[in-house]
Design a protein around this ligand. Structure first.
Ligand SMILES: Cc1cc2nc3c(=O)[nH]c(=O)nc-3n(C[C@H](O)[C@H](O)[C@H](O)COP(=O)(O)O)c2cc1C
Length: 213
């Protein structure tokens, strides 16, 4: 079984994990990326739907210089413009969103106009697709995959960033066509793996409270 020293190492990895948004040009090796993806492959999945289609999850790896990366960057800009319109529509019937989505809208407007920090040329982009199934648990599964990969990348001294905008691409025909996947049937998420550029910010953990009931 595990020792206290093993647990202390895990604690250190958990505390060291952080969100990297700016990367150097250094490209990770294919072997290292494969090791990181292996951590995603073994992460949990919603088993009820898992036999409907084989394979159930896909990892698409793009390295710096791939001509499809700027194409994905442009798709993300267009999708963000659609997301803005959808949010504005939702604001009409949702008072909370009307009062509280200004900073989100500004961030998205910036993304729709100028693109996202790592695009068009991240060192390594991994797009992950998980079959949706009737259970509709693909987003949770994607989160588990990403967390496993994030921790594995951290312990391998890589930096890691996640881009939630990929979640909005479920029905995006142009994006699904890039992978030969049917639109609407796969949930997406994506991460960038590489080495950070600039300072590593001090940790800013979520505010939280434990309630011992
Ligand atoms: C569900 C989820 C979605 C996130 N989406 C993004 C994202 O789209 N872009 C980004 O830069 N960071 C994203 N993050 C990273 C968070 O902003 C980050 O985890 C948080 O600010 C805490 O910082 P840390 O990860 O450095 O500890 C996301 C995190 C989670 C859990």
């Amino acid at each position: 079984m595990f020792t206290k020293e093993d647990a202390a190492i895990l604690d250190k990895v958990l505390e060291t994990r952080w969100t990297c948004r700016f990367f150097t040009d250094e490209v990770p090796s294919k072997e290292d990326v494969e090791e990181i993806i292996q951590a995603g492959i073994i992460s949990p999945y919603a088993s009820v739907a898992s036999k409907e289609v084989v394979p159930f999850r896909h990892f698409y790896v793009f390295f710096k210089g791939d001509p499809r990366l700027p194409v994905i960057g442009e798709i993300l800009k267009k999708q963000t413009a659609i997301d803005i319109e959808n949010l504005k529509e939702e604001q009409k019937t949702n008072e909370y969103l009307r009062d509280n989505s200004e900073s989100l809208l500004n961030m998205w407007k910036n993304g729709a106009e100028h693109g996202f920090p790592v695009f068009p040329d991240p060192p390594c982009l991994v797009v992950i697709a998980e079959w949706r199934g009737a259970r509709r648990a693909e987003r949770q599964s994607l989160a588990h995959m990403l967390q496993n990969m994030w921790l594995k990348a951290t312990v391998m001294n890589y930096d890691f960033g996640i881009w939630s905008i990929f979640e909005s691409l479920v029905d995006n025909q142009e994006f699904c066509d890039l992978f030969g996947l049917p639109a609407g049937r796969y949930g997406f998420h994506a991460c960038v793996i590489g080495h950070h550029k600039g300072e590593v910010p001090a940790p800013h953990h979520a505010t939280a409270e434990i309630h011992w009931m």
